[in-house]
Write a protein that binds this ligand. Structure first.
Ligand code: ATP
Ligand code: MG
Length: 569
């Protein structure tokens, strides 16, 4: 392809709306353009990358026994009503009506459609297992679409659904997908980590996320180098010491005057106490009632754990003003002792002796508080986020944290959908049984962004070779000089003949401009044809991830390029 004929509008300036590197570089490199918040066009270079990602995903899905199909994006409300999700999916679902006023949704996911589809035509265990997948646009009206393709409202997903007769069958399907996903991210040449993930309030089901490692990732991963444990912080269990039996140390409860103290920091200063002696109480609005979560002063409440514990649909942190009105105390003075709301205490609170907390009375705190003696919570459970330095829940070594971008998610659904939608199959005893299902997603467009987030430098993108939009760019320093253009064209023909994907930058631009664009768009191999080297029948070959080019005899250029492209970085 000649640069002069390409639709590849690069930008010199960093677009102001783009906060993270991948968003900036995909815009600047002429890969994507925004149509509306979270909705993008993929320009030709981006579409080439996406097709390569999709091909690798397809090959691995097929190899694992998957069959590709394509289901509708427009989904009738009845199916979602049957599964019970029409009312609970909430504002993230794009809803629309047809001319007869019948409600539909733009598919955010396809459990309802595929369960119905399979139930219509699959009646016997002989047709099981089934692994069906598609690659298509998904629609989610995210609260905060951001970071370009990372969190779009329209995005490309591969979603596979497995149908088995029983848990053992599901285990096998799940394992196949787990292995296929590992092959995919290895083939994409991305640094990634598989982590245990939260599987929601359904409980008991297995789930893993595939995280591309990057500092800007939205997800925090807790991992242990000693035993290989890794989990999303939403899921990561917190290790706690055994309870000490020593009850003698309990001191008498006291109320202290703390006017104007509203934060943990302020309380520490005022009473001259370290943070681990303070318990804070956060009030949540949970399915129509206030509840209090009590954690150590420097800990974060893990809302996923709390939600799972409560088994509720809606959980939001309560507004300070509303809490004050409803409970008659300002938030800084709330506490578990004598509380008018249900109290859920983190495991660590059980460990803490003689701690400090709000007195449920403005301008007062209690000191020497002890769980059990002074209050009995509804439940004591693991409610906080794990942090660096915590003990590993498996081997008790110290854990570390790292950030990642969730690019894939695999999930054992069990019979959640098949039961709700009465999707059954006859087993080998002629018994009707609900399908045992799994679902397995990969964010294709998010993976492209994650690849950029992980692979760039100050000059632009450094595409992993397997997904680079083109593999080679040939840059004649002066496209008006016949001998340079002739050499460039001849090299171009030879490389294309070898099956390589090549750009010829034939534009009448300064060399510096062309080099900048080549770096920005991240093409792995750049071959520069300049007047001096050409006199000696040489060209410069530069790998995108190295600073300096290497002078190479022109008749070795093709072999050298092939070498580089076959080599893993
Ligand atoms: P997240 O927690 O990031 O919202 P999710 O758990 O909602 O993700 P799934 O429903 O498991 O995501 O979807 C499967 C995959 O689709 C995710 O692993 C991710 O790669 C991708 N994905 C999900 N939401 C988006 C989005 N808004 N934009 C781009 N990709 C997305
Ligand atoms: Mg989501």
């Amino acid at each position: 392809m000649k640069s002069s004929e390409m639709f590849n509008p690069t930008l010199r300036e960093v677009p102001s709306e783009a906060e993270i590197v991948s968003h900036q570089l995909l815009l600047r490199g002429g890969f994507i353009r925004k149509t509306s918040g979270g909705v993008y066009s993929y320009l030709p270079l981006a579409f080439r990358v996406l097709k390569k990602i999709m091909n690798i995903v397809r090959e691995e899905m097929d190899r694992a026994g998957g069959q590709e199909l394509l289901m509708p994006i427009i989904q009738p409300a009845e199916l979602w009503q049957e599964s019970g999700r029409w009312d609970v999916y909430g504002d993230e679902m794009f809803r629309l009506k047809d001319r007869h006023n019948r409600p539909f949704a733009l598919g955010p996911t396809h459990e309802e459609i595929i369960t119905t589809l399979v139930n219509q035509d699959v009646h016997s265990y002989r047709d099981i297992p089934l692994l069906l997948y598609q690659i298509q646009n998904k629609y989610r009206d995210e609260i905060r679409p951001r970071f370009g393709l990372m969190r779009g409202r329209e995005f490309i997903m591969k979603d596979l659904y497995s149908f088995d007769m029983d848990e053992e069958g599901l285990d096998i399907s799940y394992k196949k997908m787990y292995e296929a996903y590992n092959r995919i991210f290895q083939r994409l040449d991305l640094k990634y980590r598989v982590v245990e993930a939260d599987s929601g309030a359904i409980g008991g089901n297995e789930s893993h996320e595939f995280m591309v490692l990057a500092d800007t990732g939205e997800a925090e991963i807790i991992y242990c180098d000693n035993c290989n444990y890794a989990a999303n912080v939403e899921k990561a269990e917190c290790w706690v010491d055994k309870l000490s039996e020593d009850k003698n140390a309990l001191k008498p409860l006291e109320k202290v005057y703390t006017p104007g103290v509203r934060t943990v920091e302020h309380l520490m200063q005022e009473l001259n106490l370290p943070v681990h002696t303070i318990a804070k109480t956060l009030i949540y609005w949970a399915d129509g009632q206030y509840i209090g979560a009590v954690v150590r002063g420097d800990r974060e409440v893990n809302e996923v754990k709390l939600k799972n514990l409560l088994g509720c649909n809606d959980l939001v942190i309560a507004e300070a003003s509303q809490v004050c009105e409803a409970l008659g105390v300002s938030v800084g003075s709330l506490g578990p002792v004598g509380a008018e709301f249900k109290v859920y205490a983190d495991l660590e609170i059980q460990q803490m002796k003689n701690f400090v907390c709000g007195a449920n009375e403005d301008a007062y705190h209690l000191i020497n508080v002890n769980l059990g003696r002074d209050f009995v919570p509804e439940m004591v459970a693991d409610l906080r986020n794990a942090v660096k330095g915590d003990r590993c829940p498996v081997c008790e070594s110290m854990v570390n944290t790292i950030r990642g971008i969730e690019v894939g998610h695999i999930f054992k659904l069990g019979t959640k959908y098949s039961q709700a939608m009465k999707a059954t199959c006859l087993d080998n005893n002629g018994q009707e049984r609900p399908f045992v299902m799994g679902c397995y997603g990969i964010g294709i467009s998010r993976t492209m962004a994650a690849a950029v987030e992980q692979n760039s430098d100050e000059d632009g993108i450094i595409w992993p070779i397997p997904i680079a939009p083109y593999q080679v760019i040939i840059v004649p320093v002066n496209a008006k000089k016949n001998e340079q253009m002739d050499a460039a064209l001849s090299l171009y023909e030879q490389l294309v003949e070898k099956g390589l994907e090549v750009i010829l930058d034939d534009r009448d631009e300064r060399a510096g401009v062309k080099f900048k664009d080549a770096d920005l768009t991240g093409i792995p191999v750049r071959i520069t044809i300049g007047p001096k080297a050409l006199q000696d029948n040489k060209v410069e070959i530069k790998k995108r991830w190295e600073k300096e080019p290497v002078l190479t005899p022109i008749d070795e250029a093709v072999a050298k390029t092939e070498d580089i492209l076959n080599l893993k970085k």
